[in-house]
Design a binder for this molecule. Structure first.
Ligand code: HEM
Length: 500
């Protein structure tokens, strides 16, 4: 009887590849770059596909409108996260905001964070992004090493806001530890790697007979040590920062120091890799589809003048539609997370006659949506012009209640960097040969990094070089002075920072 009901329910699921009894499609579960197989399935079975990974139903959506309908409009059903026993429950002890289930604790953390993420707060961080983007240009004059330079840029902005100190070399112990912790996390989040993910009861085994629990504890300790030490340093700072602001909030009175440390620490993880990957992908577009560069430089020069004596500032960006079109096209051409970010359902739902069962993992398959030939002419080509007339944006920042909390800040971080890099440099392949892009040039993992190409940043003129050097010398770099400026800007705009 139970079996018959289950079979009837399964027959209502969206189409998908044939399944084995019990295991379903588990043996096909991709480990490294899941979007490749998922996109193949989408091409074969349509915009809504179901697969069964050992009892977990996964729904792949590769159509913008369906994703919007389900994940945005029906957000009350689609805002949970897939259960990840190893990555979320054992390694993070349920303290990772991205993986939290939408319960009262999650809402408490959202409330704690909301004031620093508001659209009104975002412009107050411009002094930090202005300074760090001037340092980025200077670093690019000295070295073409985008792996280091972009990461220093993204990390220094995040550390300044969150803890009030800067990242200067990428050789700081915090960066080494953060890299190791991220590797731990990516390893732990790989589907099919841990038996405990399919058999959650195993998590109650004592550690001495469960090696995965000892490993989880080691990973947890590494991240906790990093986050606690950063929090302590942030709290000692004389000026305002997010750590101090959160610690003074009423929501924090319901949290242990460790829970608070994890809250801030996870934000730092969310901020750095995403912005770094975006800027590397933009650079890959420059060396593979260079035709757009001169048009962008003409637009920028029209606003700031063409003699190289003035670089674009934040107020100039509103006069640069083509620069904004470049940002949008980078997200379309190759999103930082090609497989989107998974949500989960909290109850049964129906779409177009198909059952989307409670507890299903919902994957908005961004790579497939963005390479849809019926929507984009030559989708593999990088063409910012697509966005000059198009209205609105794609779903670059996710959906519904789980939409990226840091998007207003992140947009400024990437847009000022792109505008200034294009103003400053001829961005070219290091060996002069146009780079041909294919999937092998991207890493697997949650965020997919472009790799295996070399690029040169040559100042557009001697005057550009002198302007970069002058701006670097003159810009205020002292963390406490800058963060005091941020605090003042917040107060001026009517916000009420919770600490000084
Ligand atoms: C280019 C940079 C960035 C990109 C592309 C990006 C993208 C995303 C995406 C796609 C999600 C998942 C949305 C969903 O599940 O539907 C997300 C979540 C999140 N992002 Fe970002 N992000 C960026 C930068 C940042 C920054 C700078 C911060 C904070 C300072 C941040 C904080 C968060 C947080 C807290 C979440 C979790 C939201 C939740 O599950 O409730 N992100 N981001």
């Amino acid at each position: 009887m139970v079996y018959a009901v289950r079979r009837r329910r399964r027959s209502k699921l969206p189409p998908g590849p044939p399944r084995l009894p019990l295991l379903g499609n588990l043996l096909q579960a991709p480990k490294a770059s899941p979007w490749i197989l998922f996109q193949k399935w989408a091409q074969e079975y349509g915009p809504l596909v179901s697969v069964d990974f050992g009892g977990t139903i996964v729904i792949l959506i590769s159509d913008y409108d369906i994703a919007k309908e389900l994940l945005d409009k029906r957000a009350s059903t689609y805002s949970a996260r897939p259960r990840m026993v190893m990555a979320s429950e054992l390694i993070c002890k349920d303290q990772h905001i991205l993986l939290r289930q939408p319960n009262a604790r999650y809402v408490l953390h959202q409330r704690l964070e909301a004031p620093v993420f508001s659209p009104r707060a975002a412009p107050s961080y411009e002094p930090i992004q202005d300074m760090e983007s001037k340092v980025l240009l200077h670093n690019l004059l000295e070295s073409n090493d985008i792996r280091n330079n972009f990461e220093i840029y993204a990390a220094s902005i995040a550390y300044l806001l969150m803890y009030g100190f800067r990242i200067l070399t990428n050789d700081e112990w915090q960066m080494h530890t953060a890299h190791a912790a991220l590797d731990d996390f990516v390893h732990a989040a790989q589907p099919g790697s841990w038996l405990v993910d399919s058999m959650p009861l195993l998590k109650y085994l004592p550690a001495f007979i469960a090696p995965f629990k000892r490993q989880a504890t080691a990973f947890y300790k590494r991240s906790t040590n990093l986050y606690m030490r950063n929090l302590e340093q942030g709290l000692r700072s004389k000026s305002w920062n997010w750590a101090k602001d959160f610690a003074a909030a009423k929501e924090a009175t319901q949290m242990s120091e460790e829970e608070l440390a994890w809250d801030v620490g996870v934000l730092q993880d969310a901020a750095i890799e995403t912005s770094d990957v975006f800027l590397k992908t933009f650079t890959l577009a420059c060396v593979s589809h260079p035709d757009f560069i001169s048009r962008a430089q003409n637009e920028i020069d029209e606003v700031v003048g063409c003699n190289g004596s003035r670089m674009p500032d934040f107020p100039d960006l509103s006069q640069m539609p083509y620069v904004h079109a470049i940002i949008e096209e980078v997200f379309r051409w190759r999103h930082v997370m090609p497989a989107g970010v998974a949500h989960a359902t909290s109850k049964d739902d129906w779409y177009n006659g198909y059952l989307i069962p409670k507890g299903a993992t919902i994957i908005p398959l961004w790579k497939a949506m963005r390479e849809d030939h019926t929507r984009y002419e030559n989708p593999m080509e990088f063409r910012p012009d697509r966005w000059l007339k198009a209205k609105g944006q794609l779903n670059n920042w996710g959906y519904g209640r789980r939409i990226c909390a840091g998007r207003h800040i992140a947009k400024n971080t990437i847009t000022i960097a792109v505008a200034r890099i294009l103003w400053a440099f001829h961005v070219r392949p290091a060996d002069g040969k146009k780079v041909v892009v294919d999937e092998s040039m991207f890493t697997g993992g949650f965020a997919s990094h472009p790799k295996g190409f070399e690029v040169s940043f040559e100042p557009r003129s001697e005057m550009h070089r002198m302007t970069i050097e002058g701006a670097y010398e003159r810009v205020e770099k002292d963390p406490e002075t800058l963060m005091a400026r941020v605090w003042n800007l917040q107060v001026k705009s009517g916000l009420k920072p919770r600490s000084t």
